[in-house]
Design a protein around this ligand. Structure first.
Ligand code: PEP
Ligand code: MN
Length: 346
């Protein structure tokens, strides 16, 4: 199962100094799974005044890393000028940042500037959880002639500050994979978690979901990094993580039988859950018919509030989150209202 980590992109969030780039490159070159050495040259920062990238000067350091350690290099581009500088400097691949993917005008300009140059492109998801916008960006590069378009899943912006810096919303990359099975999806646990201590577990989970590779930020002294200090791991720690991931995969291969049996249990549980929902909807039909015959009010807000509150109270007892129970009940309620509507108008 070793080939499950088909791509490993690693390197610092930002290129800071020649020494920092070359030290990191030297260490990372020892990881044989490494496919690209990354370093941000132009940094899209939320607030002005933070380090906005070293600029073109850093491209020469990437070239040196490429030539000295035989690494392929990748960096972020946000404008046609960035693309031109990268192509002149011999950068091997480009990624489009989350703040650029949101804007179809920028994406189109970048795609146009690449016409006739078939270099690998990695499109990060837009910061908003909009799978259509993500697919649109992929399409723009393909239409402009790029035959090597992959994507990077780096999580989505959220107002509520929870466990993740950018909650992964795994259902979104899974939807993308379902629609485009051949599309390579690389997970970026660094920007998803925002926390160096979470990189290993998020990486393992992503690969278990069938993602094809990882992009991990690595810095020789994360604490003093000029950007994203909390989420970068040292090259030594990255080596440990890669070993842990590969061993983890091997263990799973042995447990295939167990997995097949658990999947059967899941299928059965799904069937039971659907059957119960179907029974519930039959009761809704009976109530709707009764209400129609007796000219009773279809919707009573107090009754619905009561149902919702009672269900949420049971959540933790059932090992479920309140949020999930609320979403599920709202979905069930929506279908119940639809049934009422059909019967009322029949
Ligand atoms: C990065 O990879 O350093 C970066 C800025 O990423 P994102 O566009 O995902 O925020
Ligand atoms: Mn970063």
């Amino acid at each position: 199962m070793k080939d499950s980590l088909q791509q490993l992109i690693a390197g610092p969030c930002s290129a800071e100094t020649r020494e920092q780039v070359l030290t990191t490159a030297k260490e990372l070159a020892e990881i044989k799974e490494l496919t690209y050495f990354r370093a941000g040259i132009w940094k899209p920062r939320t607030a002005p005044g933070s380090f906005e990238g070293i600029g073109v000067e850093g491209l020469a350091w990437l070239k040196e890393a490429q030539e000295t350690y035989g690494l392929k290099t990748i960096t972020e581009v946000a404008t046609p000028e960035h693309v031109e500088s990268c192509l002149n400097a011999g950068v091997d691949a480009l990624w489009i940042g989350a703040r650029t993917t949101v804007n179809p005008f920028y994406v189109q300009q970048i795609a146009d500037s690449l016409k006739g140059v078939d270099i690998p492109i990695f499109v990060k998801n837009p910061i908003s959880p909009d799978v259509g916008l993500w697919m649109g960006a992929i399409e723009r590069f393909k239409l402009a002639g790029s035959s090597q378009v992959s994507v990077i899943h780096r999580g989505f912006f959220s107002y509520s500050k929870g466990l993740f810096r950018n909650p992964p919303m795994w259902e979104i990359p899974i939807k993308l994979k379902t629609e485009f099975p051949d599309l390579q999806i690389i997970c970026d646990p660094s920007h998803i978690s925002g926390d160096a201590n979470m990189i290993e577990e998020v990486s393992k989970f992503a690969l278990q979901l069938g993602m094809n590779g990882l992009m991990i930020e690595s810095h020789p002294s994360p604490k003093v990094a000029w950007s994203d200090a909390k989420q970068q791991v040292t090259p030594d720690r990255l080596k440990e993580i890669v070993t842990a991931i590969l061993t983890n995969k091997a263990n799973q291969a042995i447990k295939q039988d167990e997995l097949i049996s658990l999947r059967k249990d899941i299928d059965l549980a799904d069937r039971k859950a659907l059957l119960e929902i179907s029974n519930r909807m039959q009761i809704v039909r009976d109530i709707a018919q009764y209400k129609k015959e007796n000219s009773a009010t279809v919707f009573q807000i107090e009754r619905w509030k009561h149902v919702l509150e009672e269900s949420k109270k049971q959540a933790s007892e059932l090992g479920l989150t309140e949020e999930f129970v609320e979403d599920l009940m709202n979905l069930i309620h929506k279908e119940s209202l639809h049934i009422h509507h059909l019967i009322y108008n029949s």
